[in-house]
Design a protein around this ligand. Structure first.
Ligand code: AMP
Length: 178
């Protein structure tokens, strides 16, 4: 299977979770062993220099799936950036707004060695609020943001531009664009 065949497995679900949103459903892509494998390889190919990355940080929940597989592929540690109340020890937190509502993310405060170079990964880049909050948390925890990686970017929602204005020198990469 090639990456375009994997892309064809992503489904558009209109009006989910609320009217007006077209939800990108990646579960069929995950369910197929070949499309999952080519997608992880494509994420790997977005990284110019793996030696310039120390950790992969995934955003709950779908960022965990792609992020953990990518981290394993790269032989890097994996950092969980979670929704509130899930992490058992002392956390740092950031609030943010997203395409449908508001949210909050947390990270364990002592997880990153100071200066660790972190690739932040999520399934979909929409308005960029989630990824910006995750980036802020990485920095609050003592790391630096080495790269943003997404499976799919929804270009019309301008998340890329929003990330670029805060992180002009940081690569913002996606496999697919819609
Ligand atoms: P944003 O903060 O607006 O960039 O939203 C990105 C986050 O919300 C990611 O964690 C996505 O999983 C989720 N998300 C936002 N919009 C969509 C969408 N249309 N389809 C699927 N997931 C989405």
């Amino acid at each position: 299977m090639n990456i375009e065949e994997a892309r064809a497995l992503i489904l558009d679900v209109p009006d989910y979770p609320i009217a007006g949103i077209i939800f990108k459903d990646l579960t069929p892509l995950l369910a197929d062993s070949e499309s999952f494998a080519v997608t992880i390889q494509a994420l790997r190919d977005l990284i110019e220099n793996p030696d310039a990355i120390d950790h992969v940080a995934g955003i709950e929940a779908r960022g965990f799936i792609f992020g953990a597989a990518l981290a394993h592929h790269l032989n890097k540690g994996f950092i969980t950036i979670r929704k509130p109340g899930k992490l058992p020890r002392k956390t740092l937190s950031r609030e943010y707004s997203l395409e449908y509502g508001t949210g909050k993310l947390e990270i364990h405060e002592d997880l990153l060695p100071r200066g660790s170079r972190v690739l932040i990964i999520d399934d979909v880049l929409a308005t960029g609020g989630t990824a910006l909050a995750a980036a802020g948390l990485v920095e609050d925890a003592g790391g630096t943001v080495a790269q943003f990686a997404f499976v799919l970017e929804i270009s019309a929602l301008k998340g890329h531009e929003r990330l670029t204005s805060s992180y002009p020198k940081t690569p913002i990469t996606s496999i697919f664009y819609s």
